[in-house]
Design a protein around this ligand. Structure first.
Ligand code: GLP
Length: 258
């Protein structure tokens, strides 16, 4: 059983986090199949965090079952901590290998994840090049997003404006608190990250945001029903015409019904 609202953005409330994972994974797999059939590349924007883990697991299963051809799939990840070694277990590079890339037949040269090892002086150029690479690939066909408890998307923290691009950002205290366990305490948690911007995300043709659990309920309510502004960056998704928000009942508990 799931409830769907047709308003902008479309909101789908499914019975569990597993159901969200299945729907999201099926959509991504279908998109790749359709574009492969039309001899077109598929450009995916990918997310990290606990929420997409189930989706990636389900996607790997579907990819095997359907023998999905990844030869034309190109990926761009949203973000990476800064500074961050590529092989560190806390890095998003490691996360993506462990949860997705090691399990599918994607060409390593087609994978893009912001580089947390750059020297500070090279970051601005690198970020401009990251944007150019997305354009050269033809733009993102489908962007997968999670949401932070503070309403962030990627690492676009409260205060991030609608016109932001890929850049170095300072992490919000709430984000650092939530990441602290993985880093063995807040003092070891990075205070900066490189993230795609809101404008970068909004250029994707299609966006799916997934959220589960009651910790996300307030941010989800703000994203869907709150005033659109930089205090809750996810509210900017409402200016996009092709967004679906997949929720479990706990994450949906504060949203007004359609
Ligand atoms: C991190 C990521 C976001 C993600 C968020 C929520 O801060 N940069 O892209 O959406 O965490 O993560 P989780 O799914 O673990 O709650």
């Amino acid at each position: 059983m799931h409830i769907v609202t047709q308003k902008k953005p479309e909101v789908v409330i499914a019975e569990s986090d597993r159901a969200i994972a299945r729907m999201g994974a099926a959509e991504i797999a279908n998109l790749i199949q359709m574009r492969n059939a039309a001899d077109l590349p598929t450009v995916l924007g990918l997310a990290t965090g606990k929420t997409p883990i189930l989706l990636y697991r389900e996607f790997i299963r579907i990819a095997r079952e359907k023998a999905l051809d990844f030869s034309r799939v190109i990926t761009f990840n949203l973000d990476e901590y800064y500074p961050m070694n590529t092989h560190s277990p806390q890095s998003y590079h490691h996360f993506m290998r462990a949860n997705l890339f090691d399990h599918i037949d994607i060409h390593p040269a087609h994978i893009h994840i912001p580089d947390g090892t750059l020297s500070r002086k090279d970051i601005a150029n690198y970020c401009a090049e990251y944007e150019e690479k997305i354009q050269q690939a033809g733009g993102i066909n489908l962007q997968l997003l999670g949401i932070g408890e503070n309403g962030h998307i990627g690492f676009n923290e409260p205060g991030s404006d609608v016109d932001t691009r890929t850049r170095l950002v300072t992490l919000d205290p709430i984000t650092r608190q939530n990441a602290a366990a993985e880093f063995g305490g807040e003092t070891n948690t990075p205070s900066e990250a490189i993230t795609m911007g809101i404008a970068t995300i909004l250029e994707a043709q299609r966006i799916i945001l997934i959220a589960s659990g009651s910790k996300k309920a307030h941010a989800v309510q703000q994203a869907i029903n709150g005033p659109v502004n930089a205090n809750v960056p996810a509210t900017y998704l409402r200016s996009h015409s092709n967004v679906t928000i997949y929720l479990d009942p706990a994450a949906a508990k504060h949203i007004k019904s359609a």
